[in-house]
Design a protein around this ligand. Sequence first.
Ligand SMILES: Cc1cc2nc3c(=O)[nH]c(=O)nc-3n(C[C@H](O)[C@H](O)[C@H](O)COP(=O)(O)OP(=O)(O)OC[C@H]3O[C@@H](n4cnc5c(N)ncnc54)[C@H](O)[C@@H]3O)c2cc1C
Length: 389
Amino acid sequence: MAEQMTRSRTFAIVGAGIGGLTTAIALQRKGFKVIVFESARAVKPLGAGIVLAGNAMKALQAIGMDKEVARAGRELKRFAIKDVKGAYLNTTDAACINQKYGLVNTLSLHRAGLHQVLLEALSPGIVCLDKTCVDFKQTDQGIIELIFADGSTSKEENVIACDGIHSMFRRKLVPGSRIRYSGYTCWRSVVQSNHLCIEEATEMWGTGKRFGIVPLSGGRVYWYATLNATSSDSAIRNYSIEDLVRVFSDFQNPVTKLLSITKTDQLIQNDISDFIPLTRYAFRNIVLTGDAAHAMTPNLGQGACMAIEDGVTLANCICSGENVESAFRLFESRRLKRNTRMVNASYSLGKLAQLENRLLTRLRNQLMRIAPERVTEKQLGFLYDISFS
Ligand SMILES: Cc1cc2nc3c(=O)[nH]c(=O)nc-3n(C[C@H](O)[C@H](O)[C@H](O)COP(=O)(O)OP(=O)(O)OC[C@H]3O[C@@H](n4cnc5c(N)ncnc54)[C@H](O)[C@@H]3O)c2cc1C
């Protein structure tokens, strides 16, 4: 009876990012009606790459989406951390870990390819574009009125807020939550580079800066570079490719080669931020998920992975919950600890990776060199221990 009642409901999802789209697919595949409101005029993801680890791929497998997503990506078998000269500091055998923990292959993808696959999995007409939700009213009668920038409104029985790190819903429901700048900024790009033959995903750690290289399918390479910067330094944020060549000139190739084939207008620059983990995601018939609930720094490459896990878990909670409010609370209890741990671990890893003191950097590198692979695996063991039910 409870299940029948919930299945007749429509779930309003705000935000058509990776989290919102995955949640919509998961709910639709369980027979629920969904509608997605997205502020952008077209779903145009950043021209950057993304890595989906085995845990996210397992979540996608649970909703029958792993094969479609895998077709748009490329398997990543190994991930290495190196120093600026290219000497190995640490390696992670992703293929071996995925097999050991019953996960699915880790993938690298172009974000546009991932969005395309997710959008195509939804029935047409479900995503309403150019709908920026600017406010909402939650009534005691259980109705939420969404108010849009174009002056229109929509009355909903429940809302899943997937509106990203600057979430309007979070700002209103948790007014004390503030964005926390990490202390470093980041540039990203995707370039065609068949001639460089890059097979391995690597991150090179310097002093107060890092350079990451991820092979994509079709001979493309996704690279990202981080640099410590004060929040007020606009000159650094406007760096051209020539500036980046200068800043990363002490890094071993293929860094300079990758930068030399990138144009300044192909750069995407973002400050890296998160916020102190929340203690609540469920607010009666509104629930926060993905970056709206737990934005994290990208040091573990798990932000989108957690948004995907959230979507799949939420759909399962809705199926087993007696009503929407209890389903949202169940979701909160199942996800809070894991997401919080991921935010904190990511934040700490970023501090270590962006160390600026040369002595401490040398010590860090020495320790990483001697730490056996199994130590890293143990530290990150929680990452692989998942259940979506
Ligand atoms: C440099 C960098 C590298 C990263 N690399 C990885 C990686 O390799 N692997 C990984 O797992 N994660 C990675 N992440 C994190 C990942 O990008 C995010 O965690 C993920 O995109 C969050 O998805 P989301 O759907 O919750 O939010 P978003 O992707 O931010 O989507 C939110 C959507 O909501 C829409 N929206 C916002 N406000 C409103 C509104 N008021 N009304 C209507 N619509 C609205 C937005 O337009 C957007 O489409 C990285 C992040 C950064 C910054």
